[in-house]
Design a protein around this ligand. Structure first.
Ligand SMILES: Cc1cc2nc3c(=O)[nH]c(=O)nc-3n(C[C@H](O)[C@H](O)[C@H](O)COP(=O)(O)O)c2cc1C
Length: 273
């Protein structure tokens, strides 16, 4: 099945279980998920399975369950807690920032895919001021945890991957880059959405010691890089593993009213669309 063909037959992902080299789907309810490797699958309707040589190689043992972000449906928890005021793609509502992670490795190709999404963010003058330090080994993660605030470390220590995102605050011509943080934020947003689309969780944290981060991770000492956030990344775990306070917070957040964020013409006049 070519990508173009699969695009012309959109339908809902009900269940996708990928075991090394093949994927089993419920017939007629499979769609090609935008920009995902599912487009590379070949449908064998009599056997009710997709052969996926390249897919298996790329994605290993990923398991997507019904209702995961791979679905184009609103997840039950997003439906319970989030009320959009306008029509919006469900991927934006399904993404949120959980704190409970499974001690399950993130395959290298999945990690590469998430970071690839971050790489294609727009930036001022295409300066791409973001830099990411990825901590996957115990040693590297402990180094990151050494500068994360205890209130964050208590839950993010479980995450199999910790990522520190930096912004280069100096442009190529030597002038200050006042959009560095803005652009790094856009890049992290791409990563977060890509993670959610692939059934992973990503949770950004500003609660860490920025100076210690620069020192611990060997960032050039010329002051041109600023540590913006630490990101916990991985597969979601049961909320029972969290402390009571975090367990209560383990749900999608809401948003202020549309008109309080978007204005018409001048600041403060709620936009009505
Ligand atoms: C730059 C940034 C810093 C954040 N810092 C923390 C933090 O230190 N600890 C934490 O638990 N969550 C932190 N968060 C997560 C936010 O609280 C969360 O994104 C927000 O409440 C919206 O919820 P949602 O991501 O689930 O939609 C941070 C998020 C961002 C983008």
């Amino acid at each position: 099945m070519k990508r173009e063909e699969s695009k012309s037959k959109p339908c809902k992902v009900i269940c996708v279980r990928i075991r090394s080299s093949e994927a089993l789907f419920e017939q007629n309810k499979v769609r090609c998920v935008r920009q995902s490797r599912l487009a590379m699958l070949k449908w064998n309707s009599s056997a009710r399975l997709f052969s996926c040589a390249s897919f298996g190689k790329l994605w290993g043992n990923l398991v997507y369950e019904e209702g995961s972000a791979m679905s184009d449906q609103l997840s039950p928890e997003a439906a319970e807690h989030r009320r959009p005021e306008h029509e919006v793609d469900t991927q934006f509502l399904n993404r949120w920032s959980p704190r409970a992670y499974l001690p399950k490795e993130v395959p290298a190709d999945v990690l590469g895919s998430l970071l690839e999404a971050a790489r294609w963010a727009p930036s001022s003058g295409n300066g791409q001021p973001w830099r990411y330090v990825v901590a996957r080994t115990l040693e590297d993660r402990e180094r990151v945890l050494s500068f994360v605030n205890p209130s964050n470390a208590e839950w993010c220590a479980q995450a199999p991957v910790l990522v520190v995102v930096f912004a280069h605050q100096v442009q190529a011509n030597g002038n200050p880059n006042r959009w560095g943080g803005f652009d790094a934020g856009t890049s992290w947003g791409y990563l977060a959405l890509a993670a959610s689309q692939l059934g992973l969780s990503a949770h950004a944290m500003g609660g860490f010691d920025k100076d210690k981060a620069l020192e611990a991770l060997g960032v050039p000492g010329d002051g041109s890089f600023e540590a913006m956030a630490v990101i916990a990344l991985g597969y979601r775990g049961p909320k029972e593993q969290l402390t009571e306070r975090n367990r209560e917070r383990e749900k999608p957040s809401t948003r202020r009213a549309f008109e309080e964020s978007f204005f018409e013409g001048r600041f403060g006049t709620g936009l009505k669309v």
